[in-house]
Design a protein around this ligand. Structure first.
Ligand code: ADP
Ligand code: MG
Length: 246
């Protein structure tokens, strides 16, 4: 465990450390793009957080930093008690097991069945077969797809495909679920369905971070909303999108 994390604990003895902690984080891409500027924020275990902001404001950059797909140019990031700058390659894989992720474009394997798409996430971790046979139907039932185990992605609606992606993200029981515009390709009914599932997953204890443009949903759900603008956190409060300053 890192010194910074110990220090944080010493200063906040009474409370659990945040599951996500950014301290003064900046990200400049090669070519001079300042995608994030001195972002500091804490997300606690069990929170449900929306990240909003116009296109180009740094939302996906934040998600990629949390996955350690990219590294910050400045500052510190801690996820599930680990200082990401200190992770070696082997530990990066372990770190990613703590995180489930879904994207706007589903990213399913087109030549595999629904069952195999979800099982894939377990096979890469060399999960034993008996566990795969037990876990995959269980998680597909949670997202309402028990009837579709043998279907292929092309045979499913967009909403169903996103539910498969969600099942795949959840099958290894992550501490954190990240969703980068998960409803961007869905109609309102399917968008709501996905959000209700995210809420249910959160109710079961997973910390959920959702990047979205869907004002109606953000307004209705009354969760914590972090607004980014040009790489800066301009608002962080509970409530709807419309209250957030853009
Ligand atoms: P959002 O997800 O909020 O739309 P991004 O995090 O994708 O925003 O992008 C933030 C800024 O960083 C934008 O100006 C974007 O053009 C720039 N950017 C994102 N990815 C790269 C990259 N790989 N190389 C250079 N610039 C990038
Ligand atoms: Mg984005």
């Amino acid at each position: 465990m890192s010194e910074r994390f110990d220090l944080y604990r010493a200063e906040h003895e009474d409370i659990e450390p945040p599951v996500i902690l950014l301290e003064d984080v900046s990200k400049d891409y090669v070519g001079g793009q300042h995608a994030l500027k001195n972002v500091s924020l804490e997300i606690r275990k069990g929170e449900f957080v929306f990240i909003v902001g116009i296109s180009g404001s740094g939302k996906s950059t934040l998600i990629k930093l949390l996955m350690k797909e990219i590294s910050p140019t400045g500052g510190h990031i801690m996820v599930a008690g680990k200082d990401l700058s200190r992770l070696r390659e082997y530990s990066v894989c372990k770190h990613r097991r703590n995180i489930g992720i879904v994207f706007q474009d589903f990213r399913l394997l087109k030549d595999r069945t629904v069952f195999e798409n979800v099982a894939f996430a377990q096979r890469v971790l060399e999960t034993p077969n008996y566990k795969i046979r037990r876990d995959v139907p269980r998680i597909l039932s949670l997202v309402g797809l028990s009837e579709k185990l043998d279907s292929y992605p092309d045979e499913l609606s967009g909403g169903e495909q996103q539910r498969v992606a969600l099942a795949r993200a959840l099958v290894n029981n992550p501490v954190i679920l990240l969703a980068d515009e998960p409803t961007g390709n869905l109609d309102p009914r399917n968008s709501w369905e996905i959000m209700r599932l995210l809420e249910e997953i959160n109710r079961r204890g997973t910390t959920v971070v959702v990047v979205t443009h869907n004002k109606e949903i953000v307004d209705a759900m009354q969760k914590r909303v972090i607004t980014l603008n040009k790489g800066v956190v301009v608002s962080d409060q509970r409530g709807g999108y419309s209250r957030a300053k853009n």
